[in-house]
Design a protein. Structure first.
Length: 222
């Protein structure tokens, strides 16, 4: 049985190739879970979830919900007009694709700005709420997901994990690196990012690829 670690947040957010995956701790009291979700989605960093439409998967694990709780939880996500709910339920396909049963992730959720000359290193996945400025670097042994502007360097899968991804709300990196595969910055237009929507970088057939987050809506069981 999975046991929640002390200090572990009740909501973990992962960037996937299909959008955002919210992993909800199944042991956290329901009222406390709703309060934490409100803080995440409507708090100081809420504006960083508003960069265009994003497909969202919500996985609440083995938690047993009443009909009323089911509606309450779903409404938390439905009130964000730019969220397109792709999956909602236990054991979602999104979770199975990024968190196999034998794999356990550490995750850091940090708010701030990575400034020129700074290099921050994380064990596991990192959700960074804020910008990574030119000359700044984020390194993680897992995935990197940035709710802000990525204009510096990001190195995911630093321990050799080639399935890691790098995603950002505004994607204009100086350099990307996944495991030992390196890619330069994408093309820009008039000195600005060539895109104004969320993108992610991943490794396909041994080569770095960059693509949009998919915007699809469906519910588990439909």
């Amino acid at each position: 049985m999975r046991v929640r670690q002390p200090g572990q947040p009740p909501v973990a957010i992962k960037g996937t190739r299909d959008g955002l995956l919210f992993l909800l701790d199944e042991f956290c009291p329901f009222d406390a879970l709703l309060l934490h979700l409100d803080e995440v989605l409507d708090g100081e960093g809420a504006v960083l979830f508003s960069e265009g439409e994003v497909a969202v998967s919500i996985d609440f694990g083995n938690r047993t919900l009443s009909n009323a709780e089911h509606r309450q939880l779903l409404e938390v996500f439905l009130k964000r007009e730019n969220f397109m709910i792709r999956e909602f339920g236990p054991r979602t396909m999104s979770k199975q694709s990024v968190v196999p049963e034998e794999r356990r992730f550490k995750q850091s959720v940090v708010k701030g700005v990575v400034r020129n000359g700074q290099c921050l290193t994380f064990d596991g996945d990192v959700v960074w709420i804020g910008d990574v400025n030119p000359g700044g670097t984020i390194v993680a042994s897992g995935d990197i997901y940035i709710f802000g502007r990525l204009r510096g360097v990001a190195h995911a899968g630093a321990s050799g994990l080639t399935t890691a991804v790098i995603a950002a709300a505004e994607f204009a990196p100086l350099q990307l690196r996944i495991a030992d595969i390196v890619s330069r910055a994408p093309e820009t237009q008039h000195g600005r990012s060539a895109v104004a929507f969320m993108e992610f970088a991943y490794v396909k057939d041994g080569v770095m690829a960059v693509d949009k987050l998919a915007y699809r809506a469906s519910l588990v069981g439909e």
